[in-house]
Design a protein around this ligand. Structure first.
Ligand SMILES: [Zn+2]
Length: 320
């Protein structure tokens, strides 16, 4: 999604984007009445280095913009702008993110399993945060295997939290490895100029190794990811569909969007919902403001509008 805070110097631009995201979110909540909303990271722009005071202010603005009824669940995965890229990430930044969003790695809802991955911690360099993240995913993998009876029943399975027997939906910030966006199509795919630029592993997309591990450990039926700001659908080994969800903010796209999903334990259907174009909204507001200004000036007799003078002429003839 688009960041709540921005390093762009234009304060006006920031307010316009935050207004746009708030209106988009609140309208979608009212119109579509979702049960669960997932945000795939990069809520903040400066979470990677902001002071605790700036962080608290950003969190407050996020909570105001993305307010929701208590029966709607809002789940958030961490992005590199929230906790930093791998080498900027530390326990303090992860902790302050988790204190606000309390992300569950494994979340089951109405027979559907969702696994929310901290993909920034999948660098694979053996750092302590990465090792813990991998150990946690292996643990989830074992629990899922027990539920799907992929392993013979054992006392180990009996001790685990029982889960619905359904392949999980994987939610993460970085996309799984793909060479580039060259094969992506659709009106919000990367521009022809950017499509063929090779992706950098562990920066634009996960490494090949981390991607293989996630697919092998979790055997998902659907992957949803963010980070690239452009739309793309990729089919991975075994026919697993990954949808790269573009940004919700005008900061990153003129045509932001979100995905609406209807998911059961054995099937899913997805639809992309486009938000109003920034150009269209700005033109509409500018046009309406200019018209209003002209009408005020004409009312105060500071200018004469040809259409109004024509009407008064007609009025005169009628009176005669
Ligand atoms: Zn990102």
């Amino acid at each position: 999604m688009g960041p709540v805070a921005s390093c762009t110097p234009s304060v006006h631009g920031r307010y316009a984007r935050e207004w746009q995201m708030e209106r988009a979110f609140q309208t979608a909540l009212w119109l579509l009445q979702p049960e669960v909303v997932f945000i795939l990271g990069d809520i903040f722009d400066e979470g990677k280095w902001s002071s605790s005071q700036a962080w608290a202010n950003d969190v407050k603005r996020f909570q105001r913009m993305f307010r929701h009824p208590q029966d709607v669940q809002l789940k958030v995965v961490a992005g590199n702008h929230d906790i930093g890229f791998h080498y900027q990430m530390d326990r303090y930044k992860i902790q302050r993110f988790e204190d606000v969003f309390a992300p569950e790695r494994l979340f089951s809802w109405k027979g559907i399993n969702f696994v929310m991955v901290n993909s920034v911690a999948l660098e694979g360099d053996g750092c302590s945060i990465c090792s813990e993240a991998e150990a946690e995913l292996i643990e989830i993998s074992n629990t899922l295997n027990c539920s799907r009876e992929l392993v013979p029943p054992s006392s180990q399975c009996a001790a685990r939290q029982p889960l619905p027997a359904s392949a999980p939906v994987l939610l993460q910030h970085y996309p799984l490895y793909r060479r580039s966006d060259a094969n992506c199509v659709g009106e919000d795919a990367a521009s022809p100029k950017d499509k063929n630029i090779p992706f950098k592993e562990k920066y634009d997309v996960l490494s090949q190794e981390a991607s293989r591990k996630l697919l092998w450990w979790l055997q998902p039926r659907l992957v949803l990811s963010g980070h690239t700001h452009s739309g793309c659908e990729v089919t991975h080994a075994g026919g697993v569909l990954e949808v790269s969800v573009p940004s919700l903010s005008w900061r990153n796209r003129n045509n932001p969007s979100f995905i609406m999903g209807s998911i059961s334990s054995s099937d899913y259907s997805l639809a992309k919902c486009y938000l109003p174009l920034e150009d269209t909204v700005l033109l509409t507001y500018c046009g309406a403001s200019a018209l209003l200004l002209l009408l005020i000036l004409a009312h105060c007799k500071l200018i004469t509008l040809p259409c109004l003078s024509g009407r008064s002429l007609l009025g005169k003839y009628k009176a005669v």
